[in-house]
Design a protein around this ligand. Structure first.
Ligand code: AHR
Length: 626
């Protein structure tokens, strides 16, 4: 089998070809990347009516010692529900003595809080009481028996007669990955609580992102981030869709909402501002998916869509407006006076076929272009096999084949797309193998996806951007399978599909060289070649990527024309391979590195060389150029 590469014929790959797609699915953000430990911090996961759902808050004590209910008595207008605790026992009383440790409530977080020895946590809560207060605030082990850190809120009868914000730092003297936050007292009286938060101090730049998960994203060098979903943006019903205005400003004033597609409550600590901040922290172009009046089950008619259009324009002003503009000033007050570099808006998600989509889309398109001509607009309608009947800078393309072979064949999907210098380019914003071949993230799926991505590189004259989906799964709440990064309260690992993406992190902005594979039809091989300048060591490299999808080893003869033999530096060259003994091999918390890239030397690097490709393998040959 022969691979011929012409180093004199190349074209630039788009600067943002490979990025990531973050969706609030599988508790990716709430109970995931967003480091907030308290779940349902405002006691309103049932919505704004009372009684509201206080889950997973749990009462400590029994009917004779405490009575707890939710009430519309909060000081926050957008989330009126607060918790009222009537403490019936008293440690000083002779008749109804509180049990040891007191009574109150505890929050177990998202399947347990990760409380670690030596680490400091900031607890903030809002409290009201017309009596003297003596409240213990503590992190404990999962059974509540072992105290890991504790503080006290005490005050006279007048001190907390109005809602008061209390903050404290607690340093843990022990570790429990499934810990909980307890608020307890042994003093009779009535205490109202609202907006209770606990965050580790140690988040990425103090921006609230869980460090281990953030660094897994950073390691991918994503050039863009599409957010905040997917279906999450649409809502099963529009009333439950993501509404950016409700997610900005001080966290305690946010209403939170029930995401009815993935079926869980989010406090919206990870809101629109935080997504923009995340993009900036990752050095990735933000791609904001706006709801254009289309939910899964209801739609706003085009004749009534203008409030939604204005809402999108306001969101752009929030991101880009000057600090003295109406919405830019809100952003500035949140700590970011400089505008964010929002340059892309995706109008809707998977809604092309819906009756009002196109009409609504056009209203968004012209209004946004009028106010912000530079913003690139992405349509939901697929333009890969036919021309769009409406203007767009890009079109969204999602693919979830339910077997690996279909994904492998999709490496040719864009070969047939009509080339036009002015036509919209593809944004492959969701791709993954699903079904039995994918398991919980198999090596086989990753191999087929790698072939697909090589196909996208080769077609990057018509494909502008691509991202795997979904990005994250909290192992306790698998709403969608498979996913790229699996985590629980304290651990994390990448699936083979995560590691496969590492082979492409140098491609954006690199030069794609012309390459040709000559092989008979029994060989299933897909290959590409790029050159790029490394920002890490400033070196200049040629990377040849080859997927051997077949079950036999292949002797690949590679010849690179247009390079003098002495321009190659074999000692600085290496081979990276992703393969596994069994196609269905997966990583796990127990074996996080079962399927990961393995690096070895490439001493025979030359303009003409032969390499042996293992059966079923993804290979990168990084050839150092002088
Ligand atoms: O990635 C999971 C879901 O798949 C997304 O929310 C949706 O866009 C697609 O159907």
């Amino acid at each position: 089998v022969q691979l011929s590469i012409d180093s004199s014929a190349g074209r630039r790959i788009p600067d943002s070809l490979f990025g990531i797609f973050f969706e609030e699915i599988n508790h990716a953000g709430a109970g995931g990347l967003w480091a907030e430990l308290v779940s349902n911090r405002g006691f309103e996961s049932g919505g704004s009516s009372t009684p509201s759902n206080m889950d997973p808050w749990t009462i400590i004590g029994n009917e004779s010692s405490i009575f707890v209910k939710t009430e519309l008595s909060s000081c926050f207008d957008r989330n009126k529900v607060a918790l009222r605790m009537d403490i019936l026992c008293d440690s000083e009383s002779s008749s109804n003595v509180c049990p040891a440790g007191g009574v109150g409530v505890y929050n177990p977080g998202y399947w347990g809080m990760n409380i670690e020895e030596g680490k400091t946590y900031k607890v903030v809560l809002h409290i009201k009481s017309l009596e003297a207060v003596d409240l213990s605030v503590s992190f404990t082990s999962s059974d509540g028996m072992r105290q890991l850190a504790s503080g006290k809120i005490t005050g006279t009868s007048s001190q907390f007669s109005n809602w008061t914000k209390v903050e404290m730092l607690l340093q843990s003297k022990g570790t429990d990955h499934a810990g909980r936050l307890q608020l307890t007292t042994s003093r009779k009286g009535v205490i109202w609580l609202d907006q209770v938060s606990a965050m580790p101090l140690d988040t990425y730049k103090g921006h609230g992102f869980r460090k281990d998960l953030f660094s897994m994203l950073q390691d991918l060098k994503p050039r863009f981030i599409r957010f905040p979903g997917g279906c999450f943006v649409e809502g099963e019903w529009l009333r439950n869709a993501f509404r950016w205005r409700e997610t900005i400003g001080p966290w305690e004033e946010r209403s939170g909402h029930f995401g009815d597609v993935w079926f869980y409550w989010t406090d919206d600590g990870l809101g629109y501002y935080e997504f923009l901040q995340l993009s900036e922290d990752l050095g990735a172009v933000p791609i904001w998916v706006v709801n254009n009046g289309v939910g899964h089950r209801d739609q706003v008619a085009t004749s009534n869509i203008l409030p939604f259009v204005q809402d999108a324009l306001d969101s752009i002003e929030f991101a880009r407006g000057s600090a003295d503009s109406k919405w830019g000033s809100v952003r500035a007050a949140m700590g970011h006076p400089e505008p964010f570099n929002l340059s892309h808006i995706a109008v809707g998600n998977e809604d092309c076929g819906k009756p009002y989509y196109r009409g609504n889309y056009l209203k968004f398109f012209y209004a946004i272009k009028d106010a912000y001509p530079d913003i690139k607009i992405i349509s939901n309608c697929d333009g890969s096999s036919r021309q769009l009947d409406h203007p767009a800078d890009m079109y969204d393309f999602h693919t979830y084949p339910n077997n690996a072979n279909s994904m492998f064949s999709l490496s040719h999907q864009f070969d047939r797309t009509t080339r036009s210098s002015s036509g919209p380019k593809a944004f492959v914003s969701e791709y993954a193998v699903t079904g039995n071949d994918a398991g919980h993230g198999s090596f086989l799926a990753a191999l087929a996806e790698a072939a697909f991505l090589i196909g996208l590189e080769l077609n990057s004259d018509v494909v502008e951007m691509a991202s795997y989906a979904p990005l994250f799964v909290n192992d306790n709440d698998r709403r969608w399978n498979p996913d790229a990064i699996v985590f629980n309260s304290w651990q994390q690992y990448g699936t083979p599909s995560y590691w496969m993406q590492h082979f492409f992190k140098e491609s954006s902005g690199a030069t794609l060289l012309q390459s040709t594979v000559q092989a008979n039809s029994s060989v299933s091989l897909v290959a590409s070649a790029i050159t790029w300048q490394s920002s890490e060591d400033d070196g200049f490299y040629l990377r040849i990527k080859v997927v051997n999808y077949g079950s036999s080893a292949v002797n690949l003869k590679i010849s690179v024309s247009g390079l003098s033999p002495n321009s190659i530096n074999p000692t600085g060259s290496k081979k990276i391979i992703l393969t596994s003994t069994n196609l269905m091999d997966e990583n796990s918390f127990k074996e996080p590195n079962k399927v990961v890239p393995v690096v070895s030397a490439l001493p025979n690097a030359a303009t003409d060389m032969t390499v042996q490709l293992s059966p079923r393998s993804l290979n990168a040959l990084d050839i150092s150029l002088n």
